[in-house]
Design a protein around this ligand. Structure first.
Ligand SMILES: Nc1nc2c(ncn2[C@@H]2O[C@H](COP(=O)(O)OP(=O)(O)O)[C@@H](O)[C@H]2O)c(=O)[nH]1
Ligand SMILES: [Mg+2]
Length: 356
């Protein structure tokens, strides 16, 4: 998962680290004043009359003097300037774009790395790799943690039944994700109802029915072509009557460009006023997923995203870009095809994956 991006970030850590080391060497060459001063002090001590002790006895003092020289050099600071980094920061931006990171997000990351490094004073001998890694990590952290929405706490506190509608384009993994979420909620001790809201695609009702059966969960369905707003309404009535905790509503996949289907989705939300709307897309779609998220969010504002098929995504661009672009957090990642293959998204977890 995200291997290519990890590789790219690793190589930038080295390249930019190398550029900083060059600057450091240049500083030692051009500003040896402190070291010279200590060397002179050492020389004076050497010729001081009355040093009659045997050589062996003076050795510790000599070591002390050389340590002092070393310490003086290490105490020296150097300033990382823009000139040393400029080309490499440009390369970093290109690499991020190649990894399908959206342009404004790549620019923001490069801007943050630059702001953190350029003009900063570093001690000679610092671990340059660490310096760059810290700057990259904090830049990525800024774009992936736009909102501190705590999904589990929200569901726990919310009045029951909690209704959650899943939206997105076709084939991205909405139905599978609903089954995974149902399994997760069940494990947390919640009772779950599923609303078979995809009445558009042939076989969609049967598909979700099979999942509901496997999971032992009640499914509320109408016939193909029925109004999905009415199905969610019925599912909510059922859940209220039977004191169920969670209603998960499937919807038909639709392109954000299909006005009629987007209007239908708006109606589902207008009629039912769900507690949460979750946008589902596949991590492997990269920039396309991010663009779709942006357009969906403006038509049907959602609470957060789930990126599926992260197990098959080496670029990581969507995972890095989608929160910053939509202003909404990633809630979960789909990492496989079984019910258990769903991980709660934590920015720290992603950072660890990228830099471990
Ligand atoms: N590898 C992988 N495949 C997934 C994941 N989530 C869904 N899929 C697969 O994606 C395909 C489409 O999923 P489906 O739920 O029918 O998509 P929908 O049209 O959005 O409802 C199915 O073959 C799923 O098994 C995931 O996290 N990883
Ligand atoms: Mg589906």
């Amino acid at each position: 998962m995200f291997d290519k991006l990890k590789e790219k970030l690793g190589s930038f850590k080295k390249i930019i680290g190398g550029a900083i080391e060059e600057k450091e060497k240049e500083t030692i060459k051009t500003e040896p004043a402190k070291a010279e001063a200590v060397k002179t002090e050492a020389a004076v001590k050497k010729v001081t009359p009355g040093t009659t002790e045997p050589v062996a006895a003076r050795a510790p003092e000599k070591i002390g003097i050389f340590d002092k020289i070393k310490a003086a050099v290490l105490e020296q600071e150097f300033i990382i300037d823009e000139k040393s980094l400029k080309d490499h920061l440009w390369e970093l931006e290109m690499a991020l774009l190649e990894s399908d990171v959206a342009l404004p997000v790549a620019e923001k990351i490069v801007e943050s790395v630059k702001a953190e490094l350029v003009g900063s004073r570093r001690k000679i001998g610092s671990d340059t790799g660490k310096i760059v890694e810290t700057a990259l990590k904090s830049a990525i952290m800024k774009v992936i943690s736009v909102d501190s929405f705590d999904f589990d706490a929200f569901v726990k506190k919310a009045n029951k039944p909690v209704s959650i509608v899943f939206v997105g384009v076709n084939g991205t993994g909405k139905t599978t994700t609903i089954a995974k979420m149902a399994e997760r909620f069940k494990e947390q001790g919640y009772s779950v109802v599923i609303a078979a809201g995809d009445t558009f695609r042939a076989g969609a009702i049967e598909q979700i029915e099979k999942h509901a059966e496997c999971l032992g969960i009640k499914l509320i369905k109408h016939q193909e072509g029925a109004d999905p707003a009415a199905i969610l309404y019925d599912a909510m009535q059922f859940a209220k009557a039977k004191h169920k905790d969670i209603v998960l509503a499937d919807t038909a996949g639709r392109m954000h460009t299909n006005v009629n289907l987007m209007d239908q989705l708006k109606k589902v939300c207008r009629v039912n006023n769900p507690d949460l709307v979750i946008f589902v897309d596949e991590a492997v779609a990269g920039n396309d997923a991010v663009e779709r998220a942006r357009l969906f969010n403006s038509a049907v504002p959602f609470s957060g995203s789930i990126l599926t098929k992260a197990d098959a995504d080496s670029k990581g661009g969507a995972a890095i870009s989608i929160s910053y672009t939509t202003g909404k957090p990633i809630l979960f990642l789909g990492v496989g095809q079984t019910y258990k293959d769903l991980v709660k998204f934590e920015p720290q977890w992603l950072l660890a994956r990228l830099f471990e």
